[in-house]
Design a protein around this ligand. Sequence first.
Ligand code: BG6
Length: 513
Amino acid sequence: MAAAAINIAPEDVVQASQQNERVPEPGVVVIFGASGDLTKRKLLPALFHLEQAGLLPEQFRVVGVARRDLGAEFAKDMKRGIIEFGGVKDGANKLDRFVGKVGYHQMNFDDDEGYAQLKALLEGYDRDYGTRGNRLFYLAVAPEYFADIIHRLGNHGMAHPEIGTARVIIEKPFGHDLESARALNDDVNKVFDEQQIFRIDHYLGKETVQNILVFRFANGIFEPVWNRNYIDHVQITAAESIGIEGRGPFYEKAGALRDVVQNHMMELLSFVCMEPPVSFHADAVRYEKVKVWRAIKPIDIRDTVRGQYGPGVVDGVEASGYREEDRVNPDSQTETFTALKLEIENWRWAGVPIYLRAGKRLHKRATEIMIEFKQPPTLLFNRANRGACKDIQPNLITMRIQPDEGISLRFGAKVPGPDMTVCPVNMDFNYATAFGTSSANGYERLLLDAMLGDATLFAHRDGVEATWSLYTPVLEAWANSKPLAFPNYASGSWGPKEATDLLLRDGRQWKKL
Ligand code: BG6
């Protein structure tokens, strides 16, 4: 297919980004669970990128909190993380100065004495470094610690400080079903007000995800056709070629539905399907998202597919099956793949199926949203019979969330020649070509927004409960059904045959990625 690139002048990009600079108040980011991978691979590199971009205040500190006795080693380890995972060169401008602002506090999360010392440490920062009582607590710990840490922060007067503001970022998973999510929300809301709470989903930090809203609501031409009159169906795929990466105990309890569908994929769905919000402010955006989730029909269990990978070959390398992974039950019934059909019962979407699929150890890594439009009412032109142009194809908008970020529009074009042969071609927008590459990992934007107190790109309690309401009955039905003959797809494939059948049944196919 032919592709037409769209080019943007680099000076326009620089100008646009300069206008958007937002620098938070002085403050401290306090990371609980700082010895874990997330801090080193994502959070510290993201904070350093903000520093490089001039988006952090001068009076800024980071303090890592964890049980291990790391002391000054912590800052050195974080420096290595920034270099390795942040694509930063050793000796980069501002790097040592930034690392000099990184401190460490050793404590057990259930030790009150440790909280008292932490409070004293932060007050010392206020005096010595001018951080003015502003704290952003980041809970990068296992979910069983969330409620207790929050409770103790409250008891030690750190949730509602006399001077400055306190905010808390809570990592996923936010609950493992509706009941546990409600209980956690209740626990957190006893200590922090809703506007202090930032439930993070790193998908919302991705440029391409935010761009879904820009595509729909900053352009006049798409919105009029963005409904059941013109759209045939929607497909959302989140395919990963990696396996569970040593996270056996976590994944055994989670599975694909809890790990990525209830959160990341539902965020994607909400941006594709929500009504235009009245403004781009937290409450307005989150209100529209919840409306869409609540409009989804209870899922018919026959519209769900589960899969688990067996051995196979991914990218030319032999891969073992899920049941052979470290600390995984050799008879595990945990799904590493799921496909679902959803229906949104509202004026815009009634009758337009939304198909979701997500899985590990699939053929390749690709997260994409595909909107397939209805065919024109009559086909004027002869069906072509040349090579790729066999059938007249429906229009498609494909949003490539990652890794090849961009958007393409497929339409039919006349093949040069004496007859009216129609062939599909693509108009293609590619992020890297248009704007240059970006090292952003999604966390930059979200950390910055949380420091600024802007919750637009964070989950609200109502939203979390709405998505769990939808999926809890599915999880219960799966748990009560008879064991499946797992593994049912080979590593390196596109998942189990049942996923293909889910669409075939409706006369459709998954788009080739
Ligand atoms: C995480 C999941 O939330 O998202 C992982 O726990 C998954 O299992 C990851 O691999 C995918 O994120 P990304 O940004 O690589 O698409």
